[in-house]
Ligand binder design. Structure first.
Ligand code: M6R
Length: 605
């Protein structure tokens, strides 16, 4: 978490750094800060709270500098106070640092620096960095040497960017946390992620761990820490800068929910053959898949729900598949062998738990595939092969369009695996499944144009709790709907496999706990029976089902979804439930795009 941005070039850097912070705020919003350098010193402005507060604070300050660095924070060490906000500086304020990651040996370094007379102003792990650089700079008078010596002492993960008062440059390095370079016509950016500078350039350089970069107004050099030159290619990203703005929407989340038709079209494009009887998913040489005996998905949060979805689809092809929570997978003793295909599912490609789980899989010799939205991300680079979901940038902390795109991409991957793994048989009724997936964008369009989720959200506002139930492919959707609901409304919500309700959760059911039942077209009579068990105890049941479904007349309210193949009905139900969460959170006045305590990219374990 945390977002960092640096800009060097001609003209004033302030607006560009602030734009970068706005675009990176999804990574954390506990505090924000900026430092500028114009050849006559370093000036720092920072405060707790969101970027908007920083903007208010610096309004009218006439800040200027052609070199700027900025930071938006998700707190790990120390509460979200002004003092703990980045940038952090050395004692006389001539070196300023922004950092994303965790310095594990910060306590030891702090003690050592203290014994040398350094006084600290914050509780952060980051503050040791400018003091360490200062220490080395005093002995060598060379900023790059001082920077590389300092970072060679850091243990843990970092993307760090530094400016010095009297050098026309910024110095950056990465180790386990993301850092990318944006190459503009007359300027360069270093940032945690591409959306930070997408308005200014779509030309990007992705760095590897251990790279050290020096960006000056008219050029960039990349080396190893030992000074050996490193060649990193410039790549073009195909994200549209408009996708990183809110447009006419009040919230990114609603914009992203409503952009699911185009996101899904992009996920599907080119991946289904013309006769609708096979897929064209370009991962691994088919011969490397033949001897796969098990597929293990590893993921967190929403991506885990997409992984559950995929493992259910894959099991239908006769291939043994399981979804694991990445944080648990690292510690588990479930066998992983060279015959295991491990699929890491991660929107951002930077989730520390998932990266840790990938390490375990790699250590055990598994074949490793990453399914992600972010080209150049750590997970993309750590795998043997990568499959992109092509959903476009997602800024709202609540994952919406990326869930749909993950579930569809992974389901197409399942068919690809079924075609090449010895034990596999095709997804049942494949032509019908592939036919239906291609109408999902227009089905979602229909939901967006006709939804009554806002009215229903208002009707059930201030309930005691909200339950979501579904079976088989409806189960991950129930869990995803509950995660979305609790994440942005701060209300108690739970998702259950329908059949589990009677094994305990039913004790929580009252007339003030609406139950949203997801009907996918498979096992629906059982789901209805379970829903009625809750209805008998006083709960209102909301059927998320096609119009005319038998459950509609037996339940208390209805969120309609278009008729589709049972493989995809859960994804349509999920869109209605995303809208339900959104409107409930809106009615409650919640911070929808930046829910409290959370961040989009969770780069700590
Ligand atoms: O970037 P990832 O997909 O790896 O993120 C995993 C989770 O942190 C993420 O899905 C989280 O649960 C969502 N923000 C929930 O909406």
């Amino acid at each position: 978490m945390c977002g960092i941005i640096a800009r060097v070039g001609e003209g004033n850097a302030v607006d560009r750094v602030i734009t970068g912070l706005d675009n990176l705020e999804y990574r954390g919003y506990d505090s924000a800060g900026i430092a500028l350098q114009n050849g006559t010193g370093v000036s720092v402005s920072k405060c707790s709270g969101e970027v908007e507060e920083l903007k208010q604070n610096i309004r009218g300050d006439r800040l200027a500098g052609n070199i700027g660095i900025g930071h938006t924070r998700w707190s790990t060490h120390g509460p979200p106070t002004d003092e703990n906000a980045h940038p952090h500086t050395n004692g006389d304020g001539t070196i300023a640092v922004v950092h994303n990651g965790i310095i594990e040996n910060h306590a030891e370094l702090r003690e050592r620096l203290r014994s040398q007379g350094v006084e600290f102003e914050s509780d952060t792990d980051t503050e040791v960095i400018p003091h360490l650089i200062d220490h080395y700079y005093a002995t060598c008078d060379d900023p790059k040497v001082a920077f590389t010596r300092a970072i060679s002492e850091l243990e843990g993960s970092y993307a760090v960017v530094v400016m010095f008062e009297d050098y026309d440059a910024v110095y950056g390095a990465r180790q386990g946390s993301p850092l990318v370079l944006g190459v503009g016509d007359d300027q360069y950016f270093l940032a945690s992620d591409v959306p930070a500078f997408l308005e200014y350039t779509d030309r990007v350089v992705y760095f590897e761990d251990g790279d050290v970069v020096v960006a000056r107004p008219h050029g960039v050099t990349v080396t190893t820490a030992d000074g050996e030159p490193v060649n990193r290619p410039i790549e073009s990203v195909d994200w549209d800068p408009e996708e990183t703005g809110k447009g006419a929407y009040d919230h990114y989340m609603l914009k992203e929910i409503e952009s699911q038709p185009s996101a899904l079209s992009n996920s599907i494009r080119g991946r289904i053959n013309d006769s609708n009887d096979g897929v064209d998913v370009d991962v691994f040489d088919p011969s490397t898949l033949a001897d796969v005996r098990e597929v293990q998905f590893i993921a967190c949060g929403t991506s885990y729900h997409a992984a559950m979805y995929a493992s259910t689809v894959l099991n239908r092809t006769g291939i043994r598949a399981r979804a694991f929570r990445a944080s648990e997978y690292q510690l588990s003793s479930d066998p992983v062998t060279t015959d295991t295909l491990v699929v890491a599912v991660t929107q951002s490609g930077e989730t520390a738990d998932t990266l840790g789980a990938m390490e375990r899989a790699a250590d055990e010799g598994a074949k490793l595939l990453t399914v992600t939205n972010v080209v150049g991300s750590s997970a993309a680079r750590a795998a043997d092969d990568t499959l992109f979901i092509h959903a476009g940038p997602e800024i709202g902390v609540a994952a919406t369009k990326t869930f749909s795109s993950q579930a569809v991409t992974l389901s197409l991957l399942a068919q690809h695996l079924a075609e090449h793994i010895e034990d596999g048989t095709p997804v049942p009724n494949l032509p019908a499944v592939l036919d239906a997936v291609q109408t999902l964008p227009s089905d979602i369009e229909q939901i967006i144009n006709t939804t009554r989720a806002a009215a229903l959200a208002n009707h059930y506002l201030n309930s005691e709790a909200y339950f979501f139930i579904g079976r088989e492919l409806g189960h991950p959707v129930a869990q995803e709907a509950a995660l979305k609901f609790k994440e942005i409304t701060y209300e108690h919500a739970e998702g259950f496999a329908s059949g589990e309700l009677k094994h305990g959760p039913l004790a929580l059911v009252t007339p003030r706990t609406p139950v949203f039942a997801i009907f996918t077209g498979l096992h629906d009579e059982k789901t209805l029976k379970n829903a009625k068990e809750a209805q008998t105890r006083g709960a209102d049941i909301v059927a998320v089902a096609p119009a005319g479904h038998p459950a509609v007349s037996e339940t208390d309210a209805h969120l309609p979804i278009p008729d589709t193949h049972p493989m995809w009905a859960g994804l349509l139900a999920n869109v209605q439930l995303q809208l339900l969460s959104y409107h409930a959170a809106d009615a409650l006045g919640r911070s929808i795009d930046k829910p409290r305590n959370l961040a989009k990219s969770v780069t700590v374990e």
